[in-house]
Design a protein around this ligand. Structure first.
Ligand SMILES: Nc1ncnc2c1ncn2[C@@H]1O[C@H](COP(=O)(O)OP(=O)(O)OP(=O)(O)O)[C@@H](O)[C@H]1O
Ligand SMILES: [Mg+2]
Length: 425
């Protein structure tokens, strides 16, 4: 059996914490079997290495390894992606398509963020796990496949089960063996080691001298909560490596790179601060407005683009779908506004007037076109910036709990998930 040290080296895993070593050891032990494995641990702890270890040390190593991010695939297409579909099974299915479970026959599928799977997909997955059978979307003929599943999640599955969002039977089937990766703050001895490794890597990458921390800065590094775990540590090491002229990093300099340090340090818990930071529904309302503005921009671009090609029918069709979208966002804004007005009865702020919608719809449409003319390209960037800030704030407020943050932002968890990936948060 390959040794723990050799495996860590092969997969670039840094650290000597006993819990980390145990996780790697478990992966080595289960690799030769076909047992389903569930990898658990907070975001950024390094879960993605485990299924790779398992696949590479198994008899399936010459078969396919497919990693699927269950949270990033839209609900409408996930069944078809995983299990394939027959021609004509839904609008747009112009040809039959093989899904991952067919393609990975004889190999391994890594189902990352498995907690995000919609319930109907969970039913299909349970069936494959139980008897190796699946149905393509739109087909009634069961197909056989021989796939080993490794799944991963950074959410508390017990909560998801309790809320009826995840099937308990599937959970047990997936987690025959659970491999847990500890958060970085429980692996204090590895923190400095990892930091030095990342600092050396980035020094080489950017052809600059390696940064080093003063003793006080090192203390801070070890005390910090690292809620984004190794991913966050790596990002901080990269930012400092690129931005700091003075390569000796003091306490104050490091502190500057650790977001929300006050509430991130274990000793200080200040939830009030987080609340006042996120200034209420008004920001959500702005967000709705920003989305609308962006759509108007899209509409403008589309109009110009398609007018050039002279395809009038297509122009009209796409325009009306975008206009419908804008109107539905307007009504979102209106609802949001109504609830804010209700809550802030005495607040006569003039800025809310901006959102009142004229009686005459066609006039309002005309206004939008004129308005669109005034929007500069760079405004898009600042809107994105605003959206990014809002998402960051709400994630910080809820300590990274996507469900709560999504609720507050008034978007679905799935959309939030995609935004997190988009902005690489
Ligand atoms: N022990 C480690 N040594 C070196 N690099 C590591 C280690 N653990 C994680 N990393 C690096 O940290 C980053 C985050 O790891 P990974 O993508 O596996 O996180 P994750 O647990 O899958 O998080 P999420 O739940 O957010 O997907 C990656 O760039 C990975 O290479
Ligand atoms: Mg991951």
């Amino acid at each position: 059996m390959e040794s723990i040290q050799a495996t860590k080296q092969r997969f670039g895993i840094i650290g000597n914490d006993p819990k980390l070593n145990r996780a790697v050891e478990k992966a080595i032990q289960v690799a030769p079997t076909d047992i389903s494995v569930l990898v658990t641990g907070e975001s950024g702890v390094g879960k993605e290495s485990i299924p790779k270890i398992i696949h590479s040390l198994s008899h399936r190593k010459h078969g396919k390894y497919i990693a699927v991010n269950c949270g990033a695939i839209p609900e409408g297409t996930i069944d078809s992606e995983l299990f394939g579909h027959e021609k004509g099974s839904f609008t747009g299915a112009t040809a039959a398509r093989s899904g991952y479970f067919e393609v990975a026959d004889g190999g391994t599928i890594f189902l990352d963020e498995v907690g995000e799977l919609p319930l109907p997909t969970q039913v299909r997955l349970l069936r494959v796990l139980e008897n190796g059978e699946f149905l393509k979307v739109g087909s009634s003929a069961a197909q056989k496949t021989d796939v080993r599943i490794v799944a991963a999640t950074n959410v508390k599955m017990a909560d998801a089960i309790q809320k009826g969002k995840f099937r308990e039977d599937l959970y047990y089937r997936l987690s025959t063996v659970e491999i847990n990766l500890p958060p970085l703050r429980e692996r204090r001895d590895d923190i400095h080691l990892l930091f030095r490794k990342f600092a050396a890597d980035f020094a080489q990458k950017y052809k600059m001298p390696t940064i080093r921390l003063t003793d006080q800065a090192t203390d801070l590094l070890l005390k910090y909560r690292w809620s984004g775990n190794i991913r966050q540590l790596r990002n901080v090491a990269e930012q400092i490596s690129v931005l700091e002229q003075n390569r000796e990093i003091s306490y104050d300099t490091l502190k500057h790179y650790l977001p929300d340090m006050g509430s991130n340090l274990p000793a200080v818990v200040n939830s009030k601060k987080a609340e006042s930071d996120f200034s209420s529904e008004r920001e959500i309302l702005y967000k709705v407005l920003f989305d609308m503005k962006r759509d108007v921009n899209d509409l403008k671009k589309l109009t110009l683009e398609l007018m050039k090609t002279g395809n009038a029918a297509k122009v009209k069709e796409e325009q009306s779908s975008l206009i419908n979208k804008i109107y539905s966002e307007e009504s979102d804004a209106e609802e949001e506004l109504a609830s804010i007005i209700e809550e802030e009865n005495n607040d006569d702020d003039a800025d809310v007037e901006v959102f009142s919608i004229p009686e005459n719809a066609s006039d309002s449409r005309k206004d939008k076109y004129e308005y669109a003319e005034d929007i500069e390209e760079e405004e898009n960037l600042s809107l994105q910036q605003k959206e990014l800030e809002l998402i960051k704030k709400s994630l910080e407020k809820y300590n990274g709990k996507r469900k709560d943050a999504a609720d507050e932002l008034g978007i679905s968890e799935r959309t939030l998930y995609r935004k997190i990936k988009q902005y690489d948060l």
